[in-house]
Design a protein around this ligand. Structure first.
Ligand code: FES
Ligand SMILES: [Fe+2]
Length: 364
């Protein structure tokens, strides 16, 4: 593997898009999971699943890609934690369903832990030197709560605030805390394409007039823009006409504009679509080099505004997007496929995403 694996120039005006091998080679898929996904933040669960005091609940981080078995626990002090659900003795899963009580007991040989993950005792371990020590405790995983969503990171390269915080001037005034998960508007589906192609398509509004004719009538293409942050990018779609829109307060850089939708990608694969009624979260989970699961989770803070404006027909927009992503996937291996170039005005988010991928892939 070379020094800059994607070979994407820092200057968008000079850069070429990544080499096709990145998308095609299963070795790259594995490398991306270890170097990018294990070090970044991901949606873990809905906050309403968090256990109350004295309880624990098993949850898997990114099933099918990271697939890390974790436990959400809340001790007497009320603090919510994410712990490894893997016993420090010989690696059995400690809980396979929600449990009650202030002690976790491994079902294999009875090792006991408190809800903070501290190893308390173990039968037949008298005489074992230095037992229990910190190495016998369950590993704690970085966890953050934002409104109705819980996020976790196994080995974070950066803190949650560095990841999400820069979006605050745009999204901070919105009532995330009062948004409720709506199961009837949520679903999971699989796309036969590389996960990064799905994200790249999300990262630009360049294709809206060509691919989404109905959506194009609701957003002002001339006024569409992208802001870049250390680990995120934000696309801002200004509303056309008088459909419901977000009307940002004075504290927002968008004060005075009517916003049809904010589209944020939090690197690498958390997509937040923010509309006047609430949030459509798309969790993009790589299942293989050409298979991706997308989890659409809907959180609503004003149900009276659902189904209008830029989010009027999300199923149609998704169908149109899947078609173009499948088209790119089908031609990935074409012998005559050239390295592409970027539009500096319309594809800065795609370029930023590729630069971040390159950066994470080169950190040892
Ligand atoms: S594996 Fe948990 S006590 Fe043995
Ligand atoms: Fe699209």
């Amino acid at each position: 593997m070379e020094a800059d694996p994607l070979d994407v120039d820092a200057d968008v005006r000079r850069a070429r898009t990544p080499k096709p091998e990145f998308y095609l080679d299963p070795a790259w898929h594995e490398r991306v999971l270890e170097r990018v996904f294990a070090r970044t933040w991901h949606w873990l669960a809905d906050a309403e699943l968090a256990p109350s005091s004295g309880r624990a609940r098993p949850v898997t981080l990114a099933p099918g890609s990271l697939g890390e078995p974790l436990l959400l626990t809340r001790g007497e002090g009320g603090e919510l934690r994410a712990l490894s659900n893997v016993c420090t003795h010989r690696g059995a899963l400690i809980c396979d369903s929600a449990s009650e009580g202030n002690v976790l007991r491994c079902p294999y040989h009875g090792r006991r832990f408190d809800l903070g993950g501290r190893c308390l005792s173990m039968p037949e371990f008298e005489g074992v030197e230095g037992f229990p020590s910190a190495a016998d405790d369950l590993r704690r995983v970085a966890l953050a709560e934002h409104g109705p969503m819980l996020f976790a990171s196994l080995a974070p390269d950066h803190g949650f605030d560095a990841w999400f915080g820069p979006l605050a001037p745009y999204l901070g005034h919105l009532p995330f805390a009062s948004a409720r998960y709506d199961a009837s508007r949520s679903r999971d589906f699989e796309v036969a394409a590389h996960w990064a192609l799905y994200c790249e398509n999300f990262l630009e509004g360049f294709h809206i007039p060509y691919v989404h004719p109905a959506l194009a009538k609701t957003v002002d293409y001339a006024d569409y823009r992208t802001e870049l942050f250390p680990f995120a990018s934000l696309q801002i779609g200004v509303a056309r006409g008088d459909d419901p829109a977000l009307e940002p307060p004075k504290s927002s850089p968008d004060h005075g504009r009517r916003i049809a939708g904010y589209y944020a990608l939090l690197f690498p694969s958390t997509l937040l679509n923010v509309y006047p009624w609430g949030v459509s979260l798309n969790v993009v989970q790589p299942l293989g080099p050409a298979r991706t699961r997308v989890r659409f989770r809907t959180y609503v803070w004003d149900a009276t505004l659902l189904g209008r404006g830029a989010s009027g027909d999300l199923a149609l927009v998704e169908f149109e997007d899947e078609r173009v992503v499948a088209s790119v996937q089908s031609a990935l291996a074409a012998r005559l496929r050239p390295r592409g170039r970027y539009s500096p005005t319309r594809e800065s988010g795609v370029h930023h995403f590729h630069r971040l991928l390159s950066r994470f892939l080169t950190i040892p």
